[in-house]
Design a protein around this ligand. Sequence first.
Ligand SMILES: NC(=O)c1ccc[n+]([C@@H]2O[C@H](COP(=O)([O-])OP(=O)(O)OC[C@H]3O[C@@H](n4cnc5c(N)ncnc54)[C@H](O)[C@@H]3O)[C@@H](O)[C@H]2O)c1
Ligand SMILES: [Fe+2]
Length: 391
Amino acid sequence: MLPNYYQFYSPIKILSGSKAVSNIPYEMGLMGCKRAMVVTDKGVVAAGLIEIVKSAFADSDRQIGLIFDEVPPDSSNRIANKLAKLFEKEQCDCFIAVGGGSAMDTAKGANIVISERSDDLLKLQGAENIKADLKPMIAVPTTAGTGSEVTKAAVIYNEEANCKMSFVSDKLYPDIAVLDPAMTATMPPRITAMTGMDALTHAMEAYTCLQKNPVSDVFAKGAIELIRKYLVRAVENGKDEEARLGMANAALMAGVAFSNSMVGACHSLAHATGGVCHVPHGLANAIFLPWVLEYNSDKVPEYVAELSGVLGGAVDYLEARDQAMVTVTLVRNLLVRLNQISGMPIRLRDAGVTEDKLPAIAKLTINDGSLILNPKEVTYDDALGILKKAF
Ligand SMILES: NC(=O)c1ccc[n+]([C@@H]2O[C@H](COP(=O)([O-])OP(=O)(O)OC[C@H]3O[C@@H](n4cnc5c(N)ncnc54)[C@H](O)[C@@H]3O)[C@@H](O)[C@H]2O)c1
Ligand SMILES: [Fe+2]
């Protein structure tokens, strides 16, 4: 069914291919930028990826002003504030975020503080609170999952309140996304599996949530097709360039899809589980995805059913609800395979969650913004029910 009305916006230039990183200085020139601040984390530095970025600047008149490598997992408001001060002190004029969602979202957070001339990111949280144009940002994802390189969202851990905050604004779209297979080749198998499942969750929630539209559907299905083809390959052999580039494109397309349709209950549960038990975002999504698809099949069985075709399990003669269960089974089969080849846990109890934490997670879940567009309402008891099944 077509929506009565929808909007779609995706203003990001994409550079995708082997050695795409080498074009960054040229692209900085096109944007009138001279001195970049590189935002990354220690794991990305240890993997040798910043050396690739530095060598792109070797024969260039553009400069790297500062390499900031203190981004913690899930980012933090305190670090974003610190980064904003350093950006001004070092007289930088653009950001190059090199890393997963944590590095990209930290750069977005610092960019908000600088452009809004604020001193604290916490004052600006929520939707559409950002009025000023942000500094140019080039995003170089080193995981293939969050899609933050093309989304208008930043998710940042609030150290004081012990929860994750979301920032959503059209101003938060990066200017350029650089997909280079060398930048994800070093990702260990388990992180490849977890972040790849984050991308699959974005695509599947984008396709089933209330704000879906025909254009976001195309990106969501395209992403799922690539994930079906390349995720297991990338986990099995990290040096498989085609699989790495395929997954980078999948994560990007899933990001375009959900940035225009939003996500749903799976992300609410994942944000809450991350907040309470620090379970990595992609892993939490991976564990919840089949349970949430099953839950939502009561309300939108046809949408969940349609995804079985993209996953290779189309059967014409089943009722929509039964066909939806084919999709759920195919997702479960994928999880079992990823568990076999990477050791990625597929139950909460194996991911560091204890049973006594489930009520606290359920409570946070029902206050999470992503629930608003889930196709089926989720009460505290519903959330606790899903958590118990996933435990
Ligand atoms: N802004 C958005 O639209 C959006 C969407 C989904 C998730 N998120 C957020 O993104 C964050 C998670 O990001 P993530 O899943 O990409 O993980 P991450 O950025 O936290 O990285 C995970 C780990 O992998 C390491 N790593 C990353 N790339 C590597 C590589 N190529 N080689 C070796 N090690 C590498 C990092 O050092 C880190 O230790 C969460 O905070 C989540 O809430 C944001
Ligand atoms: Fe996500």
